[in-house]
Design a protein around this ligand. Structure first.
Ligand code: NAD
Ligand code: TYD
Length: 380
């Protein structure tokens, strides 16, 4: 048997793709998925790998220091990929404490449990191959200016950039960028990033951080823009566009993020930060129109029949104007590239949600909670 890797938050959106990739690609490694199963955790996301012999699920809160410590010991964990988090900006505005608890204290709990497990005397060298890999967001860098509201040709493109795609400013987030979080979500992620680097700098813990742009794809909880709007178009509900819909996000297909995580975990340098992004900037309103056209086409409705569902609503407080990633470091150092053109990724994503209406209905009705709560106990 190879190493044992603990993945936190593996029942969530990105975590489930990472678990699936690692369980399938590394049959000699043991993959232990620790997830509290909050509203965002859904074991149905992992139905296709849950009975593999190299996979184990443990329902646990990352804030449970003694539970995590015992698990690290029992499983002889030598690598941690930490994705568990509260992840939705709107919820963080309504309830910032939960974000501080899980994202800050939960990350610190994992770090301290890993430090004591890997280096019991406090200063002895960490074993070969130990790594704490923290998954973070580009939102910690704050907001970029929209110096080109009409869009200009981007300075860098990739094979996977959408045809004729534009960028909307002159600046990009780089690994040396200043942290300027604006939402409680990004403030909590920024704080957790600092703790991870502090454990590297203070205790010598091998630790890596990556900061990724907005992900999209199958199994994303339908509170985030893309799955929420696909579902609303499907059932003909209003599409609440915050403000003028001019905000820009840099979208990346989730499996491309999972591949980047695999590369960084295995080949990245401890102590380093890697930015991951799609080189794929979209104004919300333009993206929403693509979603309406795609859903209507795939459902056989008249072209753009549902554009009138678009409803402009009050802006999100502290709404960041633009995110855009410079991912040249991971490209140059690890040879990573996004693999999917945006048009292809969106088509695949819309098809997945329309083909998996049972998953969508289960999540939106809350039925998924009842089933797993009966197996694993009620959600905290
Ligand atoms: P998600 O909300 O879909 O999943 C989070 C998972 O963490 C859920 O399964 C939930 O049950 C679990 N969890 C929450 N609190 C927990 C706790 N206290 N203990 C144990 N498990 C807990 O999130 P996601 O979109 O998959 O994001 C995963 C990670 O990637 C997060 O750290 C997020 O900050 C980061 N990230 C997300 C994006 C994005 O676009 N979604 C982009 C960049 C980085
Ligand atoms: P979201 O998916 O919440 O990701 P994030 O806030 O982390 O970038 O939102 C993406 C963009 O879509 C963001 O600019 C906010 C906007 N948005 C809406 O306009 N309406 C909505 O209902 C939601 C959820 C988001």
């Amino acid at each position: 048997m190879g190493r044992t890797i603990l993945i936190t938050g593996g029942a969530g959106f990105i975590g489930s793709h990472v678990v699936r990739l690692f369980v399938s690609k590394y049959p000699d490694c043991r993959i232990v998925n620790v997830d509290k199963l909050t509203y965002a955790g859904n074991l149905a996301n992992l139905n296709d790998v849950s009975d593999r012999p190299n996979y184990r699920f443990v329902k646990m809160d990352i804030c449970d220091f003694s539970g995590i410590s015992s698990l690290l010991e029992e499983e002889r964990v030598d690598g941690i990929i930490h994705l568990a988090a509260e992840s939705h900006v709107d919820r963080s505005i309504a309830d910032p404490f939960t974000f501080a608890r899980t994202n800050v204290l939960g990350t610190l709990t994992l770090l301290e449990a890993a430090r004591r497990h890997w280096s019991p005397s406090g200063w002895n060298p960490y074993g070969n191959g130990c790594l704490f890999y923290h998954i973070s967001t580009d939102e910690v860098y704050g907001s970029l200016e929209m110096t080109h509201p009409e869009g200009i040709d981007p300075p860098f493109t990739t094979e996977a950039s959408s045809a004729g795609h534009k960028c909307y400013g002159d600046d990009f987030f780089t690994e040396s960028g200043k942290y300027q979080p604006h939402s409680p979500y990004s403030a909590s992620k920024a704080s957790s990033d600092h703790f991870v680097r502090a454990f590297h700098d203070t205790y010598g813990m091998p630790a890596t951080v990556s900061n990724c742009s907005n992900n999209y794809g199958p199994y994303q909880f339908p509170e985030k823009l893309i799955p929420l709007f696909i579902n609303n178009i499907r059932i003909r509900r209003p599409l609440p566009v915050y403000g003028l819909g001019e905000n820009v996000r840099d979208w990346l297909y989730v499996e491309d993020h999972a591949r980047a995580i695999d590369l960084i975990f295995h080949n990245g340098r401890a102590g380093e930060t890697y930015n991951i992004g799609g080189c794929n900037e979209w104004k919300n309103i333009d993206l929403i129109k693509v979603l309406v056209r795609t859903v209507d086409r795939l459902l056989g409705r008249p072209e753009s029949a549902d554009m009138d569902l678009i409803t402009f609503v009050s802006d999100r407080p502290g709404h960041d104007a633009r995110y855009a990633i410079d991912s040249s470091k991971i490209r140059a150092e690890l040879g990573w590239e996004p693999s999917l053109q945006f048009e292809e990724g969106i088509e695949k994503t819309v098809r997945w949600y329309l083909d998996n209406q049972g998953w969508l209905d289960g999540v939106t009705s809350g039925d998924y909670m009842k089933y797993y709560d009966s197996m694993y106990g009620h959600r905290g």
